[in-house]
Design a protein around this ligand. Structure first.
Ligand code: ATP
Ligand code: MG
Length: 436
């Protein structure tokens, strides 16, 4: 029989394996810690949603909805009706859907966060994948600039905890819809006057969504975009005050920023403050986190008018930035490795390990790789060293006859050994713990 060819992962979708996965777990723990410190609570929504949610929530004339979504028609039900479903390309629309569906705002504003995989059919390259991961925060039901500042400060606190230094913050204000309309008219007039310089995407967006032309990554378009009318010059008094208040709160917290009047963000639903955290260390994919206010989205998805502000960060990019800056991957070593010379000792040894784990000790059991017996002592100690454990627990025949186990230090250079009674694990378990 011929061996079938191996099956590989889908293009642009990555396996996250040890030891790198330990870095992911460490990152996720830091995220949870920061969210708790800011009193943001976790929300988990399904990967699949009705396609209509994203069309409505993200906007029809966006890269995501036009060409990046993984969408399909589900099998027909007994009435012959098939649902149009999409894998979520971002987290906000789904979170807002869940908040409306479950009436989460009945007793006031909510501070929420999510993390998980997102899916976009983009051209895979460094920092751009088809399955990637986001952490996002959304504060719903709060209209004031202090929440814009709070979510930005949350990100800043996270960078500090992660040890990431090479970032800058860019801010802009997109104003309110009526202000946008005026700006939009000026934009359309400007781009119409330079229609010959517009690329194909921009031609299409000119009347559908001209603001998005400002978001074009086409280098040939940049000079034209530089000269375009700036939204910031169209802000009314209230919008300007909101923007200034955000900046005053950032300044009071020692956060620096740069105003970028071309910053519009890829999604349609933003108003007032928009921002991005950008790094120069990752090449073209330099935006590690982006967000802003979206006071009209909840209504657009079918809820009561509700102000909201949030951001999403790209986990792959943040982790790569941390590596670029020399951040060490945390160790994922057990505290002890059980050396078991003879299989006859397994039942007693396993019972001891189980008790140790119950006392919070991380222990790895030596196991036979096949063939006869457990393997030589030499090969078992080699495994113990390779595991990174600080102690070997030796369950030899001598030890067991005495109702004991030997603890041998592997890492402090002494090789010191002690014997401990199997019947009194509670008394010595803590000597194995790295925190002890
Ligand atoms: P970009 O301009 O880089 O395409 P975006 O504006 O489409 O980003 P958002 O939808 O705001 O990105 O998503 C928030 C963050 O998620 C981005 O700042 C980025 O860090 C990350 N991100 C977005 N798309 C991808 C992707 N395909 N692969 C990896 N990370 C991504
Ligand atoms: Mg994009």
């Amino acid at each position: 029989m011929s061996k079938p060819p191996p099956i590989q992962a889908v293009k642009g979708m990555n396996d996250i394996l040890p030891p790198a996965s330990a870095g992911w777990e460490w990152f996720e723990a830091r995220v949870r810690e920061q969210m708790a410190r800011f009193a943001y609570r976790n929300v988990r929504t399904p990967i699949l949603e009705h396609t209509a949610l994203f069309v409505r929530g993200i906007g029809e004339v966006t890269d995501i909805v036009e060409k990046e979504m993984y969408s399909f028609e589900d099998r027909a039900d007994k009435h012959g009706q098939a649902e149009h479903l999409s894998m979520r390309p971002e987290g906000t629309a789904a979170l807002v859907r869940a908040v409306i569906e479950h009436k989460l705002l009945y007793d006031g504003g909510k501070r929420l966060f999510y993390m998980g995989p997102m899916f976009r059919r983009e051209k895979p390259q460094r920092g751009r994948y088809r399955q990637f991961h986001q952490v996002g925060v959304e504060a719903l039901g709060f209209a004031g600039p202090e929440l814009d500042a709070e979510v930005i400060l949350l990100a800043v606190a996270l960078w500090r905890e992660l040890g990431i230094k090479n970032w800058r913050l860019e801010l802009n204000s997109l104003g309110q819809p009526e202000e946008r309309r005026e700006h939009r008219a000026a934009l359309v007039a400007y781009f119409e006057a330079h229609q010959d310089q517009l690329d194909e995407d921009s031609q299409r967006r000119l009347h559908g969504n001209p603001l998005r032309i400002l978001d074009s990554k086409n280098p040939a378009m940049q000079a034209l975009i530089e000269g375009a009318p700036r939204m910031i010059d169209y802000l009314g008094e209230a919008s300007r005050q909101h923007f200034e208040a955000v900046q005053a709160m950032l300044a009071a917290n020692g956060v620096e920023w740069r105003i970028n009047p071309r910053l519009v963000r890829g999604l349609d639903y933003y108003n007032l403050t928009v921002f991005e955290f950008i790094t120069d260390s990752l090449g073209a994919q330099g935006t590690i986190c982006g967000g802003g206010r979206y006071d009209y989205l909840v209504e657009q998805i079918g809820g009561k008018p509700t102000p909201a502000v949030g951001w999403a960060l790209g986990v792959e990019r943040v982790l790569e930035l941390r590596r670029e800056e020399g951040g060490q991957a945390p160790e994922a070593a057990p505290e002890a490795y059980a050396v078991i010379p003879d299989a006859a000792a397994l039942p007693v040894a396993m019972r001891c390990l189980q008790t140790l784990r119950g006392h919070g000790v991380a222990v790895q059991m030596h196991a036979s790789a096949g063939g006869e017996g457990m393997g030589s002592m030499k090969s078992q100690f080699k495994r113990a060293d390779g595991s990174g454990a600080r102690f070997a627990l030796i369950f030899g025949a001598d030890e067991l006859a005495a109702g004991e186990v030997t603890l041998k230090a592997l890492r402090d250079g002494t090789g010191a050994q002690t014997r401990q009674p199997l019947a009194e694990v509670a008394a010595w378990a803590s000597t194995l713990k790295s925190t002890a």
